[in-house]
Design a protein around this ligand. Structure first.
Ligand SMILES: Cc1cc2nc3c(=O)[nH]c(=O)nc-3n(C[C@H](O)[C@H](O)[C@H](O)COP(=O)(O)OP(=O)(O)OC[C@H]3O[C@@H](n4cnc5c(N)ncnc54)[C@H](O)[C@@H]3O)c2cc1C
Length: 428
């Protein structure tokens, strides 16, 4: 990209957008920086299904930056206004309040929205999704002791919501079509153990699908089904949602339903501007879209390498890394070296992390025993480590990450031995 742009406009102030402006300033960019978001104070999303939903952290505590940070960084923040039009050739973005902003380069960091289910009643009352703080606020008011919660989808967010709701005293049922979700990401050993943890903690786990949701206007749902343990459970008639589950003759009553069925990238602006889109705004390895003036980062972007869209990486660190790459591209600097991807998730007071690509492993070895202190599963291919997934084992992740990045040859039996000091392998 020739010369330094005089003004850069970033759309979306999630971790992707905020990290982009932060990286630009950190890398010495002195031009104008504008950041537009439809929300108020930019905040972080991972706590929404964890501490924020549990009520342990409030809005101020999940802010991505202190309120005065944007001024201090000389970033002009346009808050509470949605971008509704994009004209890449003219470098223009149209805002819903009528303003038209012009910039030399535009970065799309608009993330995505929670996927809804195309089933009858999928958007009814007491049927929630979780993507924004407002979603979390609404959901929290619907949870409480004895409330019967159905979580549809047992992936990362569904499992976190189920765990938080259990802590809040809800009677929780989780349903997923897969007998064990997250196998590709974590490997079957850890994925199975984690999924079974729901049952061990008192959550009902069902393998199946929900074919419809309906408001129980007749009040029939109060007497049937899973029942509650007191509190507000079983409020007659109004508010009960009847869920038809595959393989069950009678629908079951729930007070609350959460859809944890993934996200849909927010590609409308890009699409209307004629940019290439395929399950996300397509970008090259430097985050540039099909128009050289427009870049995209975070959940909205999907990398295409050698003409092939790569797997979606809808994780927090991936958004940050994309932001660093975009900033380097905008400033004409070399792309930063970034190494193996990483994500974390928390459920049932267990901290789970994964680095690398577990689905590329030809063999796996487990170190330790899940549920008995720190434990990890190592994925290997061609004698080298390609992934580590761990429970409460930050050390295994840290050392594993470096072993993956250095492509070190490793002996599986040495890895499996809990007495091996993993850091020592880095010196080999
Ligand atoms: C509940 C939840 C829990 C999660 N937990 C984890 C976790 O434990 N670990 C992990 O690695 N990842 C986790 N993630 C994923 C991680 O939070 C996302 O990958 C990350 O937020 C993506 O950042 P982003 O900036 O691309 O998008 P977003 O965070 O979605 O930010 C996009 C921003 O753009 C704004 N916007 C969109 N369209 C417009 C428009 N037209 N005009 C103006 N503004 C617009 C949106 O309002 C939003 O503020 C979680 C996500 C959720 C929802």
């Amino acid at each position: 990209m020739e010369g330094h742009p005089e003004r850069i406009l970033v759309l979306g102030a999630g971790i992707g957008g905020v990290s982009t402006v932060a990286a630009l300033r950190r890398m010495g960019y002195q031009g104008e920086l504008w950041l537009v978001d439809e929300g108020d104070q930019p905040y972080d999303r991972p706590p929404l299904s964890k501490d924020y939903l549990a009520g342990r952290r409030g809005r101020a505590e999940i802010a991505l930056q202190a309120a005065d940070w944007f001024d201090a960084q000389d970033v002009r923040l346009f808050r509470g206004v949605r971008a509704i039009g994009l004209r890449p050739e003219a470098g223009q973005v149209q805002l819903a309040d009528g303003q038209v902003l012009t910039a030399d380069r535009i970065v799309l960091a608009t993330g995505g929205r929670a996927r809804r289910l195309p089933i009858p009643g999928g958007d009814g009352e007491h049927v929630h999704v979780l993507r924004t703080a407002e979603d979390a606020d609404r959901l929290r008011t619907d949870l409480g002791p004895g409330r019967r919660l159905l979580v549809i989808g047992a992936g990362l967010i569904g499992a976190e919501v189920a765990s938080t709701a259990l802590d809040l005293g809800c009677v929780v049922t989780v349903i997923d079509p897969l007998p064990v979700p997250l196998v590709a990401a974590l490997g079957p050993e850890l994925a199975t153990w984690l999924h079974d943890e729901h049952t061990r903690r008192g959550i009902e786990v069902i393998t199946g699908t929900v074919t419809s949701l309906a408001q129980d206007t007749a009040g029939t749902g109060v007497t049937a089904g899973t029942g509650g343990t007191g509190g507000t459970a079983g409020t007659p008639g109004a508010g009960t949602v009847l869920a038809a589950l595959s393989g069950e003759a009678q629908p079951r009553p729930f007070d609350v339903v959460v859809l944890g069925v993934g996200m849909v990238a927010d590609t409308e602006l890009a699409q209307s501007a004629g940019l290439l889109v395929d399950g996300g705004v397509l970008v090259d390895e430097r985050q540039v879209t099909s128009h050289p003036r427009v870049l995209a980062v975070g959940d909205v972007a999907r990398t295409r390498a050698d003409g092939i869209p790569q797997r979606a990486t809808e994780h927090w660190e991936a958004a940050q890394r994309g932001a660093d790459r975009a900033a380097a591209t905008l400033l004409g600097s070399a792309a930063p070296t970034q190494g193996a991807p990483w994500f974390w998730t928390d459920r049932h007071h267990l901290h789970v992390e994964c680095v690398g690509h577990m689905d590329e492993a030809e063999t796996r070895v487990v170190r330790g025993s899940f549920g008995e202190g720190p434990a990890a599963v190592f994925g290997l291919a061609g004698g080298r480590l390609v992934a580590v997934a761990a429970v409460d084992d930050a050390m295994a992740i840290k050392a594993g990450r470096r072993l993956i990045d250095r492509k070190t040859l490793v002996d599986p039996s040495v890895l499996a031995d809990p007495h091996t000091e993993l850091r020592g392998l880095l010196r080999a």
